[in-house]
Design a protein. Structure first.
Length: 299
């Protein structure tokens, strides 16, 4: 099957308190859509958006259905229980989410604030439908920004000697605060393989697109010296393979010979902020489905 989008997507800011979304993947075979749609109809729901994609190389089928419930629709737990036999019949990996429950985000940051500022603005203005209970940083510099938005700030210093204790403390915060997604909003520390595993599919990172060509310190100066003509950013899920997790979103902006190092830095930060915001939004709207080392993104 090819990708399709049957209705216009719901945008942030709309009342989603009476809506559920099913995301699923399984081996592609006839009857999947019929079975899913028939179940939704029998539960008294109205489909407001449906997307599907058949991957020709792997033979896998991916689907996202967003629906509006009615007075006759069972509660989300009962709805999921009733869907289980269908999922078993087609050997589906699936998730049913209540869009009336905003996902809870933990934002991680070091000293650069452009991605954090952008996410907080979108959240406070209603463009990002989430709860943000806490910001964690390995530096204290951005605590005043967290205070300005009324968000708890946790300073977790990290050294080579204290890294295991710091990561254990981070996981306790994730559990205690009921965090659904960890967002590395320019957090300048490498996460251990064990932490990456525990946050698998629940952590998003952002980095400039010069990798792997320009590594280490001053990548924008290195790029300027090579006369690059594109500045960009990549948002991806965190894995133990540094900066090589499944890509959710990428963006680029063109520059020319007149651009200074400072111009590249400014444009790069702007691109990083916008790219990360889109990736986070699509994740919390359950539009991103993992496909091995790749993603299917129903925008």
């Amino acid at each position: 099957m090819t990708e399709s989008n049957l209705t216009a997507p719901q945008r942030p800011g709309k009342d989603l308190g009476d809506q559920l979304v099913i995301t699923l993947s399984c081996e592609d075979r006839p009857g999947i859509v019929r079975a899913v749609v028939d179940y939704i109809y029998r539960q008294g729901c109205d489909i407001v958006e449906s997307n599907q994609f058949g991957e020709p190389t792997s033979g896998l089928f991916f689907m996202r259905v967003q629906m509006r419930t009615s007075e006759t629709t069972p509660d989300p737990a009962a709805f999921e229980e009733g869907f289980a036999p269908i999922a078993a019949e087609f050997a589906m990996s699936y998730r049913i989410a209540d869009l009336g429950r905003p996902p809870r985000l933990l934002l991680m940051v070091s000293k650069f604030d452009h991605c954090l500022q952008d996410l907080l603005y979108r959240w406070s203005s209603g463009l990002l439908p989430v709860d943000i209970p806490v910001i964690v940083s390995n530096h204290p510099d951005l605590e005043p920004l967290a205070a300005r938005y009324g968000i708890d700030f946790v300073h977790l210093p990290v050294t080579s000697d204290t890294k295991p204790e710091a990561e254990a403390a981070l996981l306790r915060i994730v559990e205690d605060r009921g965090v659904d997604l960890v967002v590395l909003a320019r957090y300048m520390q490498i996460l251990s393989a064990d932490l990456c595993k525990q946050l698998d599919g629940r952590a998003i990172n952002i980095h400039h697109s010069f990798l792997p060509s320009f590594k280490g310190a001053n990548p924008y100066r290195q790029a300027h010296e090579r006369g690059v003509k594109l500045v960009g950013a990549t948002a991806h899920y965190v894995t133990s393979d540094l900066d090589e997790g499944p890509i959710i979103e990428q963006n680029v902006a063109r520059v020319d010979h007149q651009a200074t190092v400072q111009d590249l830095v400014a444009l790069g930060r702007d691109t990083e902020a916008h790219t990360l915001a889109r990736a986070v939004l699509w994740h919390v709207q359950h539009r991103v489905l993992l496909n091995g080392s790749r993603t299917v993104v129903f925008r």
